[in-house]
Design a protein around this ligand. Structure first.
Ligand SMILES: Nc1nc2c(ncn2[C@@H]2O[C@H](COP(=O)(O)OP(=O)(O)OP(=O)(O)O)[C@@H](O)[C@H]2O)c(=O)[nH]1
Ligand SMILES: [Mg+2]
Length: 227
């Protein structure tokens, strides 16, 4: 009986902090993206492919969430951009307060792009707004094409689905058209980019999507600050 009101209170508090973060990001023209997937779909690898394409002058920063270990932050730190690991110690998702705390000693004026890798989980992270401009769901071809139907919430809330590990298609029974149709059945407007982080196929399409979103965030900041 007590559980539902408590859950609602937690989500309301999260929504309040997330909307404060969103205002801070929007005003400064920071594009914040929240990457969500099952464990091992390739979030960190996609971020590695992304960072290696950037010049050293790129104003990008990253937060990466895991229940345990600093491994992902170590992998991402190799590229020289600011990275912080958020270790949740058991919680299966990041929340807006964790993002607020992680950003406390960073100067937001130095950042244009904030990439957040959520804890590997296809369910819990979908309920927690982090103040992002968009959620991105990563699905890999080893997971089965029915996943959008089984875990609809995250596909419904994501602007983009990255279909990763396409290099494995010759070796796994995965129907790409059915997977994409399932995603569109849940969210008619979802954008889809097929990539292989292993052989880089399609990575430029992802980078193109990212640049278009960044341009839109810069425009939104100009209109937010105009009287
Ligand atoms: N064949 C193939 N393997 C990939 C690809 N992308 C990632 N992997 C492999 O998949 C495994 C998991 O990748 P990660 O990037 O660590 O996955 P993650 O989503 O960050 O995992 P968590 O942070 O634990 O949720 C690693 O062994 C990667 O090398 C790909 O496009 N093709
Ligand atoms: Mg990872």
């Amino acid at each position: 009986m007590e559980r539902v009101p408590l859950e609602r209170k937690v989500l309301n508090e999260n929504a309040r902090v997330a909307s404060e973060l969103r205002v801070r990001f929007t005003e400064r023209g920071i594009l914040c993206l929240n990457l969500i997937s099952s464990p091992g779909s390739g979030k960190t690898t996609l971020l590695e492919r992304t960072l290696e394409s950037f010049p050293a002058s790129e104003r990008v920063a990253l937060l990466t969430g895991d229940i345990q270990t600093e491994n992902d932050a170590r992998r991402l730190a190799r590229f020289g951009f600011p990275v912080k690991q958020i270790t949740t110690g058991g919680t299966c998702h990041l929340d807006a307060r964790m993002i607020e705390r992680a950003l406390a000693d960073w100067v937001l004026e130095d950042i244009d792009l904030l990439l957040i890798e959520n804890v590997g989980n296809l369910v819990c992270p979908s309920s927690y707004d982090l103040g992002e401009a968009a959620k991105i769901v990563v699905l890999s071809v080893t997971e089965g094409e029915e996943k959008p139907l089984k875990y609809p919430s995250i596909f419904f809330k994501s602007e983009l689905m990255i279909l990763n590990k396409t290099d494995l298609l010759p070796h796994v029974p995965f129907d790409v058209a059915a997977a994409e149709q399932n995603a569109r059945q849940i969210h008619a407007g979802i954008e889809i980019v097929r990539v292989s982080c292993m052989n880089r196929d399609g990575v430029d399409n992802w980078l193109g999507w990212l640049q278009r979103k960044r341009a839109a965030a810069r425009l939104a900041a100009v209109s937010a600050t105009q009287p």
